[in-house]
Write a protein that binds this ligand. Structure first.
Ligand code: CAA
Length: 256
């Protein structure tokens, strides 16, 4: 596919996707979702990529869904626009490998929803977060009404969605919406360092941890803990696990 919006770089087991539509502050339109799904089609079967990093070009991560596209929609089109986005973000959330959002600037509306669909978020000090849909007379459409409360608690989700307040990266850190804040010029360096650290680990442990954490939160504790025990047991047939433990005992780095 000839990508117009996504810039994709794959190197050293890390895929870096930069959303690049700077004239509209990287707002998400239907073309973005088509390109992104195509990229996921290509990425999902690959076993040479261990981590995905998503960032935005310019002063914005993503300033929301594309208002210029939405303004012409009727209710059926609005529903389709919402479900297409939701399905895409669910797919991202369920991706086998870990996904890091490197939030460089505005993460508003659909941009905050995209960031929340990643496994964790590292933000530049210049990043700004919010769900300003109510200012447009609408509600969020890419599942912020669900993910925000799960990540930050009911009070923070209600506060952000009902007031449409834009918060700083430090405030986002305080409420658990982001996991780390960096100096703007160090954002990509720090995120790529984290990504390489994850990519260096044995191939199974990170994806399995992700899957059990994510599926566990949607089921009950006992059932999910049993799933953990099953996966924990399976590892003992895996050479990578044996190598990890042996390397520790032999005081050397694992040979993965
Ligand atoms: N959709 C379409 N175009 C957008 C956009 C969006 N979400 N956000 C910014 N743009 C465009 C602007 O229209 C402008 O285009 P022109 O130069 O052609 O006029 C360009 O990007 C630059 O934007 P500004 O001039 O507004 O830049 P600024 O620095 O003054 O302000 C901003 C930056 C505070 C992020 C402001 O652009 C803004 O408030 N954007 C909208 C944020 C928003 O409401 N997001 C939620 C969208 S709804 C949604 O996401 C629903 C959902 O959940 C599915």
């Amino acid at each position: 596919m000839d990508y117009q919006i996504l810039k994709i770089q794959i190197a050293d087991r890390i895929a870096l996707v930069t959303i690049s539509r700077p004239a509209a502050l990287n707002a998400l339109n239907t073309d973005f979702f088509k390109e992104f799904n195509h990229f996921l089609d290509d990425l999902e079967p690959r076993d040479d990529v261990k981590v995905l990093v998503i960032t935005g070009e310019g002063k914005s991560f993503v300033a929301g869904a594309d208002i210029a596209e939405m303004v012409h929609m009727n209710s059926a089109e609005g529903y389709a626009f919402s479900t297409f986005g939701q399905r895409t973000f669910d797919r991202l959330e369920q991706l086998r490998i870990p996904v890091i959002a490197a939030v460089n600037g505005y993460a508003l509306g659909g941009g905050c929803e995209l960031a929340m669909s990643c496994d964790f978020r590292i933000a530049s000090k210049l990043a700004k977060f919010g769900q300003p849909e109510i200012n447009l007379g609408m509600i969020p459409g890419y599942a912020a009404t669900q993910r925000l409360s799960r990540l930050t608690g009911l009070g923070n989700a209600l506060y952000l969605i009902l007031t449409a307040d834009t918060i700083t990266a430090d405030d986002a850190l305080r409420i658990g919406l982001v996991q780390k804040v960096t100096e703007p010029e160090l954002l990509m360096e720090e995120v790529m360092k984290m990504a390489s650290k994850i990519a260096r680990n044995s191939s199974q442990a990170a994806p399995t941890s992700k899957r059990i954490i994510r599926s566990g939160i949607a089921t009950d504790f006992k059932e999910a803990s049993e799933e953990e025990a099953i996966e924990f047991g399976k590892q003992f047939d895996d050479e990578a696990t044996k190598e990890g433990m042996k390397a520790f005992l032999e005081k050397r780095k694992p040979n993965w």
